[in-house]
Design a binder for this molecule. Sequence first.
Ligand code: GDP
Ligand code: IMO
Ligand code: MG
Length: 456
Amino acid sequence: MSLSWSSKDQKITNQPAAAGQKRPRNDAGNRVTVVLGAQWGDEGKGKVVDLLATEADIVCRCQGGNNAGHTVVVDGKEYDFHLLPSGIINTKSISLIGNGVVIHLPGLFEEGDKNEKKGLRGWEKRLIVSDRAHIVFDFHQVVDGLQETERQAQEGKSIGTTKKGIGPAYSSKASRIGLRVCDLLGDFSDFSTRFKNLVRHYQSMHPSLTVDTEDQLKKLKDYAERLRPMVRDGVYYMYEALHGPPKRILVEGANAALLDIDFGTYPFVTSSNCTVGGVCTGLGIPPLNIGDVFGVAKAYSTRVGIGAFPTEQLNAAGELLQTRGHEVGVTTGRKRRCGWLDLVIMRYAHMINGFTAIALTKLDILDVLDEIKVGIAYKLNGKRIPHFPANMDILHKVEVEYETFPGWKTDTSTARKWNDLPAKAQNYIRFIENHIGVPIKWVGVGKSRECMIQMF
Ligand code: GDP
Ligand code: IMO
Ligand code: MG
């Protein structure tokens, strides 16, 4: 299958230095291709990354942790990745976990071992881990659960986190008391002292928290040795990759725009920047090296966890999307909430990320519907608002204006090119790209690699 790396992904061309000039030439290097979630997660990022990863030299994760759950279906086998970049399947490419990721070491090794049983080979040799990445400890995961219980008791609502310790680990990082991979691999006695201080810090906030410190340290020491061969200075590794010979470098976003700590539906968000800025800070690369930014969106909307969801359908249409789409969380097994596609959030995600193209997945799930709706604007007190509201009370109050499309009532799962799609489905797709102002490059009509129609 011809793939989708454009000339933009190749070396950035520079103006040659003027004759006689002594100033160094700024060799800006290769560009990375970025895949980001444009809704509330689970859009099919893993599948898009897998498609591109077959031709990639390096596949990177830059943020989030094992709260992510990315599914890849190859040769009828379903793999799910949480911390490992989905490109790990490709035996010819290197996978990199950048400094912006928070790593739960037992989770990382369990994930690798589990996928090994499904046929994944040699992943430890293909994985590079940044020495600046922060560590998620088991007690961070316990604290995540305790904080959820407290939120429920105090405000009557939890966030519905994945309980993978993501919020507490990023809190430790921001409070400057966190521990990084480089600390684990350094002087273990210093690491142990700082680990014990960190445990005390959390125990002072959560008196019910018990931690078997010695047992934890013993396990961490073992993990350190298993991890050591994979660890590099991530900034230098990326610098060399960007400035060496032409390389295809892919960045796999985790979570999604509406879960971003700054731009998402705060506080019902995750704790990292899942938008394009997180690529630079999470890998230590300059903005000039960002090439294509592909937004991934489902042909409808889903959300796991609590928080505003203006186009949610608590009715038969929502139930149909949930069951037909098998909308169950990969990480937590929770049912995903379902609703119509919301082009207000897609435009908002585009304002922040500057998508160069979109992958629209799961079109096939809409095949049986009589009519399909798409949210095109939010109204407050009867008037359209041009922006996406920051305040959750306001977001709960908006009235969604919909455009209604007739269903195509045809099986699209065997379509492999644009002309195979029914005219009504083509019409639906064209409306979406025109409304957002971004071309749709792929349309997903099934789980496997072949079920991706490439438009250009
Ligand atoms: P991610 O977190 O964005 O990588 O997405 P998930 O893997 O959590 O959820 C997406 C689900 O949809 C997975 O089960 C995929 O196998 C499945 N999927 C992806 N694209 C398509 C598609 O075009 N059609 C169908 N039917 N399923 C798809
Ligand atoms: P992928 O990469 C869907 C949601 C959780 C919760 C909120 C905060 O598979 O798209 P956290 O554990 O991060 O503190 O939870 O964010 N969430 C996701 N929802 N897909 C994800 O990742 C998610 N990662 C976090 O459900 O509402
Ligand atoms: Mg997912």
